[in-house]
Design a protein around this ligand. Sequence first.
Ligand code: NDP
Ligand code: MG
Ligand code: MG
Length: 333
Amino acid sequence: MAELFYDADADLSIIQGRKVAVIGYGSQGHAHALSLRDSGVDVRVGLHEGSKSKAKAEEQGLRVVTPAEAAAEADVIMILVPDPIQAQVYEESIKDNLKDGDALFFGHGLNIRFDFIKPPAGIDVCMVAPKGPGHLVRRQYEEGRGVPCIAAVEQDATGSAFELALSYAKGIGGTRAGVIKTTFTEETETDLFGEQVVLCGGTAALVKAGFETLTEAGYQPEIAYFECLHELKLIVDLMYEGGLDKMRWSVSETAEWGDYVTGPRIITDATKAEMKKVLAEIQDGTFAREWMAEYHGGLKKYNEYKQQDADSLLETTGKELRKLMSWVNDDEA
Ligand code: NDP
Ligand code: MG
Ligand code: MG
């Protein structure tokens, strides 16, 4: 069983006694910086020249300096810029500002797990990763609650890196909900696997294949859209609230029977064998290397895939249909 830690297990005064730099002010960065500040922690935000989020951070009462200045002032440095540029930000602004006894923090383990960042021996290397988007992390904190976090230590130079990580997690409300101990390796590999195989990749491919099967058989795209994409939310909400059991309790017996007999014909032993190959490519670093090459090579294939799906019948049908649903917020698309 996982080891869990709560408010009583964490000492907030540890992080209150340190100087924290939060590098980046996006989804996670704003939540960490504001909640740490409200927890009585000395926080500065490090942002690059021309950053879009700088004005917002200053409006919200935070002091914004360059990433290098923030790293030089602080002894706990949390890197919350996009994963593919973390190594560059580290090389340019952080590396030369690390002193023995400092701590380098991450919200995701990718750059440490695959050695894109190699911190020196004298510093603590920790992770505090909320299991939710930054805006939920901040809202929960403000409401006196918290989003569960996972915490890990890759390098324990001081001998007290985990206590420091727990203290940081308390500062953003994480220990109010519970903090699970993990490792950089476990967090990184399971995160990449989950998003590729189930959450984003698997789900999107399932929706597309279902929609195409119906429309190729002559059914109306609008009807296929409702059946294969729109209704997915209702099913996922039920699973989120009460697992597969609650979903099956809520749907009709006919749907439940179809679930049992047809599901395994769609996700077959061959699918699972492919999942194992995907996991192996995550574990041996193939995926991470290829993604970094794609990102730094100008995102050519990435943009092709994006465009292909944007032009698909599924997406163009959905765009029109969502206009009929006043309660559906399509702002971000
Ligand atoms: P975002 O893309 O939301 O935010 C990135 C921030 O970094 C922006 O403020 C951006 O500024 C800033 N930035 C970009 N380049 C630089 C630079 N060179 N120097 C300083 N700041 C820079 O990132 P996320 O919050 O999504 O992700 C941050 C980390 O948190 C990642 O490791 C991610 O894996 C992890 N994480 C994210 C979760 C999420 O919910 N999004 C959940 C759990 C972990 P600008 O405003 O100018 O673009
Ligand atoms: Mg991820
Ligand atoms: Mg139905």
